[in-house]
Design a protein around this ligand. Structure first.
Ligand code: FEO
Ligand code: CA
Ligand code: CA
Ligand code: CA
Length: 664
């Protein structure tokens, strides 16, 4: 969700992620901007040292071949014909490819699911249909197949002004006004959140949904879940409905996520603050904890109908959200588990990799201005022979937070009760306390304040970890110096990390900026795309990313638009090796108002799945529309383009015409 959409504050759920606040971090810890500034002032020395040592030592033969390809082409190693950047009401894919809509909001998933009818929405129907605002997309092969598997998709949030007829009124000379939601509409919202697990199959080169596949499942904001790990059963997660502190109903704001090496689906709970309303009693012991997370924010109206979202009535309920949720997709009746050992914050995603010694490392971003990057290292080792042996790996391990240093090193600081400042003196009585207040623990450890960490993606092909920092317009001028002229980081940047010894469990690594984003033709922006990057090829606001089977980086964006960058969001192929490094090409772009989530490549690289999220959320900035966009007056009716059908967030399958890999 971005700051560029729906400037009308009445469309509050559109603004939840990118609100106007300065960020919730109260500490004096160094900002990423301050550190980059210091680094760039010593740029020559640092580039030389990092290029010659850390990265060269870990570059794989595959990466070197890719670099050679890039050099031979005198530019990008990607040979597709670039899409023209711009803004309109449709999606666009590179010539020679098909972009087919696979799953739309409301599509039936089960034999008994009703067909989508926007005039007859109900929570009961929505629970049996594909949910709203698809974000993370994962593929779990069935029988090892690249053409038959389970698609797992997060449904991050809802936009009532785009979903429900009759909510919005436009008064001459005033902003658009949104009426309160009915209880029935709130119930539909709750059913439209969560996730979808759905069997899909490629038939004659085209993907199809297997309606009523035996593993198909909807997870919602009411699905019963278990709290597991160190926080389970703690007093701070007990509520009147759950005196055991172990049973939670539902999950919210599932942004990005991951698929574990053992084939489970993990969902990250991100902007939990928007779902809570009310006021804590004066002097309540959770006041500082909730303030650090911006709770309550109240963008959603759920507390009007359900007491558990009112912190005055149920003060511990927010401590039961903000976790990573693991789902065993092999059993549609399995109880999802909130894995508390992985910390509680505004979790963006949870991509993982098996380290050399068999332990599994998850990289975790906390998406808020001036918040942190984490990783979780399991205590146990991955067992490739016995899936069941891995099912509780996420309950025991060490959570670390990143501290980036000016000398190009990064330290991973353990967040462990009793170590350093994480003691009774600072209000922690146990590891459960530390995990419930992960942000405060990281504050005390002196972690580095980042420019909104979104996806963090390890790449097995070259040993690097890519970190998307989407933007931070609130970074003040005094927090940068002349060597880093971006007083406001409006367009974000991408950092790559190489862990010491190529060991993902290492507590030290090296880092380098791969790319500072924005228009390279505007000197003041300070973007660092290669000169081979065309006027279509640059982008801003990196958010999600994917590594294809050949180890190449693809970046999708959130927050571009007519005014911000003169282009909608989309999917860019980014060279990371050799002379082509930091060359970017536009492969796919979304309709007005949307961001692009996913993206995901099938194991054979023949399909890219992308999630078009919140299309039509915005239109004021677009000259061709120039007014608020809402159910009755939408800036696009993608993907159906029928007058009686609203805009629908959808997952799109991109394939090459005639077959073959997406990119060579
Ligand atoms: Fe939900 Fe940080 O994007
Ligand atoms: Ca985002
Ligand atoms: Ca989003
Ligand atoms: Ca995101």
């Amino acid at each position: 969700m971005t700051e560029h959409r729906s400037p009308d504050a009445h469309f509050r759920t559109s603004l939840l992620e990118e609100n106007d606040g300065p960020g919730a971090n109260p500490t004096d810890n160094q900002t990423m901007g301050e550190i980059i500034a210091a680094r760039f002032s010593r740029r020559g020395f640092l580039q030389g040292s990092l290029a010659a040592t850390a990265i060269a030592a870990t570059v794989s033969p595959l990466a070197l071949i890719l670099a050679d390809d890039a050099r031979a082409n005198g530019g990008s190693a990607f040979t597709f014909d670039e899409v023209e950047a711009g803004v309109d009401d449709k999606h666009h894919v590179a010539a020679g490819y098909d972009a087919d809509v696979l799953l739309r909001w409301g599509d039936p998933l089960f034999a008994d699911s009703p067909e989508f009818d926007p005039t007859k929405q109900s929570a009961q129907a929505q629970e049996r249909q594909f949910g709203y605002n698809n974000d993370y997309v994962g593929y779990i092969p069935l029988d090892g197949s690249a053409e038959h598997g389970l698609l797992v998709v997060n449904h991050e949030y809802t936009n009532p002004h785009l979903m429900f007829p009759g909510l919005v009124t436009i008064v001459e000379g005033e902003a658009a006004k949104q009426a309160p939601l009915s209880k029935e509409q709130v119930d539909i919202e709750m059913a439209a959140h969560g996730g979808t697990i759905v069997e899909i199959r490629k038939v004659s080169g085209k993907w199809q949904v297997v309606r009523d596949g035996k593993l198909n499942r909807r997870i919602t904001s009411n699905t019963e879940m278990v709290l597991s790990g160190p926080v389970a059963g703690h007093d701070r997660v007990k509520t009147s409905a759950d005196p055991t502190g172990t049973r939670v109903f539902g999950t919210v704001n599932n942004c990005a996520g991951g698929v574990t090496p053992w084939g489970t689906y993990v969902m990250a709970e991100e902007n939990i603050h928007g779902y809570f309303s009310g006021e804590l009693q004066e002097g309540h012991k959770e006041a500082a904890n909730y303030k650090r997370l911006g709770i309550p924010e109240g963008a959603y109206e759920w507390a009007a109908h359900y007491d558990r979202f009112d912190i005055g009535k149920e003060p511990n309920e927010p401590n039961r959200f903000g976790w990573i949720v693991e789902v065993d997709v092999n059993d549609p009746t399995s109880v999802p588990r909130k894995r508390t050992a992985m910390g509680r914050f505004k979790h963006e995603g949870a991509e993982s990799i098996v380290a050399k010694d068999g332990r599994v490392v998850f990289y975790l971003g906390d998406d808020e201005r001036f918040d942190y990057v984490y990783k979780f290292v399991t205590a146990g080792k991955f067992n490739a022979e016995d899936r069941a042996a891995n099912m509780d790996l996420l309950d025991d391990g060490t959570l670390y937070v990143a501290k980036f240093a000016e000398d190009g090193s990064v330290g991973w600081l353990p967040i462990v009760f009793g170590q350093g400042p994480l003691t009774a003196e600072n209000g922690f009585a146990s590891q459960a306390d530390v995990l419930i207040e992960t942000r405060r623990a990281a504050d005390l450890l002196g972690a580095t304040k980042m420019d909104r960490p979104e996806d963090v993606q390890p790449n097995a092909a070259n040993g690097k970890v890519y970190l998307m920092l989407t933007n931070n317009s609130k970074r003040k001028a005094e927090q940068v110096d002349a060597a880093n002229p971006r007083a406001e980081n409006a367009f974000g940047h991408i950092i790559e990390i190489v862990e010491d010894g190529g060991d993902f469990t290492a507590t030290k690594g090296k880092w380098e900026v791969l790319l500072k984003c924005g228009d390279p033709a505007v000197a003041e922006v300070g973007a660092t795309f290669s000169t081979a990057t065309t006027a279509n090829g640059w982008f801003g606001m990196p958010d999600n990313c994917a590594i294809d089977a050949a180890g190449r980086l693809w970046v999708s964006t959130d927050g571009q638009g007519p005014k911000a960058t003169g282009r909608t969001d989309g999917l860019w192929a980014v060279d990371t090796e050799g002379e082509a490094r930091a060359t970017s090409k536009l492969f796919f772009r979304v309709p007005i108002g949307a961001e692009l989530c996913g993206p995901l490549f099938t194991p054979d690289d023949q399909t890219a799945f992308v999630a078009v999220q919140h299309p039509a959320d915005g239109g004021e900035d677009w000259e061709a529309f120039g007014r608020p966009s809402y159910y009755e007056d939408l800036s696009t009716r993608w993907p159906d383009f029928k007058p009686d059908m609203p805009v629908r967030p959808s997952v799109v399958a991109i394939t090459k015409q005639g077959g073959g890999k997406i990119a060579v």
